[in-house]
Design a protein around this ligand. Structure first.
Ligand SMILES: Cc1cc2nc3c(=O)[nH]c(=O)nc-3n(C[C@H](O)[C@H](O)[C@H](O)COP(=O)(O)OP(=O)(O)OC[C@H]3O[C@@H](n4cnc5c(N)ncnc54)[C@H](O)[C@@H]3O)c2cc1C
Length: 448
């Protein structure tokens, strides 16, 4: 699209140094990190609040430990500390001897992150979908957006695609991949929900634990006959095995499909809610303490794990993850396993089945490199979060929020350095970048 023509005919809604498209955990951390280094930042988010999957899909668990010690700090730690002041986060009982370290209240984290953006001076535009990218002379000048007041341009010297779906790089014709190599299918999605009205007394919980395997066997049997929806067995065992169940986010309801097809997403979201009704009817009859259970909440959006993945300067792959490979352009550490949810939607996951071949050795972590966020094609475009450059398998590790936030903070800081020095993102001084990240509390060890 010809930028000059656009500027003549369209109003410019905002002009800034760094334009961040997408306000999930990766976009937020990119925006905050850059703004704290004096960069004028605008953040565009299509939903009414920031947080992406973490807040709007009710995904609330963090992975920060290599199972011996915590290796992810920086803005992740700051978010945790801020949430802790209000009682909006708690440590996992296994801390730090499991990858999972924290569980937070999505409502609280929404507030924490918006405060961080506001205090850093980031201009946040929610309710606004970033549309057509404006490409001029091989560089991005910004994006167009259809606003309530008509079509407007948002301009920035550097643009970050944090949309999770890679909307900006795809529309700018930057090479990318979708799904697993054999059939292009992405990981299964999940609709998270919460219940109330469950009897969580000690006695009811004990009876649930006692009958859990029998209930699961019956669910399995009915599902095999096509008379019950698919479910994630490992996680269902976790919930029905004697835990308190009121107000808890259940992560066990799978659906599968194309995350880029709005009609299919609408159908899948409705299907997921129908499946929940089927579960509930069965549980009310068959699970101790659940006779009065009702739906408290279904997540505002279906939880999407995987969508377009950039083909960037560097691509994180399975070996880099599992062999804990260290990188000269490291932004921080990753710890999570190759956690693949069946792309056909059966509910099977490598996580709940504890597939050891997909797990890093305890006490080891890999580096998340800057190169996986940069493109060969457009020097002032960066990509953070779950649409950065990784294979289908490696994404199954680096997609978790703490890792997306490492990418966000790292790239936001690199953008500030690039703007300061008048260089492109790929030319920033790595020693300077590492010094700034460490000064900002990022854990960064063993950089080769
Ligand atoms: C069911 C489920 C369970 C998970 N379990 C865990 C877990 O236990 N622990 C964990 O850490 N991670 C988990 N994950 C993964 C993790 O939540 C996500 O991968 C991570 O939140 C991705 O962050 P992101 O910022 O890259 O993208 P998102 O969180 O998807 O954020 C992208 C944002 O961009 C916005 N956006 C999209 N397109 C546009 C556009 N064109 N213009 C403007 N805004 C746009 C979206 O509305 C959204 O707010 C899970 C994911 C799912 C779905």
């Amino acid at each position: 699209m010809d930028l000059l023509r656009v500027q003549e005919s369209l109003p410019v809604a905002a002009e800034c140094d760094l334009l961040v498209c997408g306000g999930g955990c990766s976009g937020i951390t990119a925006a905050v990190a850059a703004a704290r280094h004096g960069v004028r930042v605008v953040l565009l988010e299509r939903w009414p609040s920031v947080g992406g999957m973490a807040t709007n899909a009710l995904v609330n668990g963090w992975h920060r430990s290599d199972r011996e010690e915590m290796v992810i700090y920086g803005l992740v730690e700051e978010s945790a500390q801020r949430a802790e002041r209000h009682g909006w986060i708690r440590r996992d009982p296994a801390y730090p001897h499991a990858h999972e370290t924290h569980w937070f209240d999505p409502e609280g984290m929404r507030i924490v992150w918006q405060r961080m953006l506001d205090e850093a001076g980031v201009r946040t535009f929610c309710y606004l979908t970033a549309g057509e990218p404006l490409v001029e002379g091989g560089r991005l000048r910004g994006v167009l957006a259809d606003t309530k007041r008509g079509r407007q341009a948002f301009l920035g010297q550097i643009v970050i695609d944090a949309t999770g779906d890679g909307d900006i790089f795809a529309k700018a014709n930057v090479p990318h991949n979708l799904g697993r190599p054999e059939d292009g299918r992405v990981q299964g999605m999940t609709e998270i929900f919460a219940l109330r009205g469950v009897d969580d007394s000690e006695e009811a919980r004990a009876r649930r634990a006692e009958q859990c395997e029998a209930v699961l066997a019956r669910m399995r049997e009915l599902a095999a006959r096509g008379e019950f929806p698919p479910f994630n067995e490992g996680n269902t065992r976790h919930y029905l095995g004697g835990r308190a169940l009121n107000h808890v986010g259940w992560n066990m309801l799978p659906v599968a499909g194309d995350p880029l097809d709005e009609e299919e997403l609408s159908r899948l979201t409705a299907l997921a809610r129908e499946r929940l009704v089927s579960y509930l009817e069965f549980w009310r009859e068959n699970v101790p303490g659940m006779a009065e259970a009702v739906i408290e909440q279904t997540a505002f959006t279906l939880g999407v794990r995987e969508s377009r993945r950039l083909r960037g300067r560097k691509t994180l792959d399975r070996e880099m993850v599992l062999n804990a490979v260290k990188q000269p352009d490291a932004l921080g550490h990753g710890v999570w396993m190759i956690d693949i949810h069946d792309p056909l939607g059966s509910g099977y996951t490598t996580y709940t089945d504890r597939d050891d071949r997909s797990m890093l050795a305890a006490g080891t972590s890999y580096h998340l490199p800057l190169g996986m966020c940069l493109t060969h094609e457009i020097p002032n475009l960066a990509v953070v979060g779950r649409c950065a450059s990784a294979t289908h398998e490696a994404l199954a590790s680096c997609r978790v929020q703490t890792h997306c936030m490492v990418l966000g903070q790292g790239v936001g800081t690199a953008a500030a350095l690039a703007l300061d020095s008048g260089r492109d993102l790929a030319q920033v001084s790595l020693p300077d970048l590492h010094a700034r990240l460490r000064a900002d509390g990022v854990y960064l060890e063993e950089v080769p």
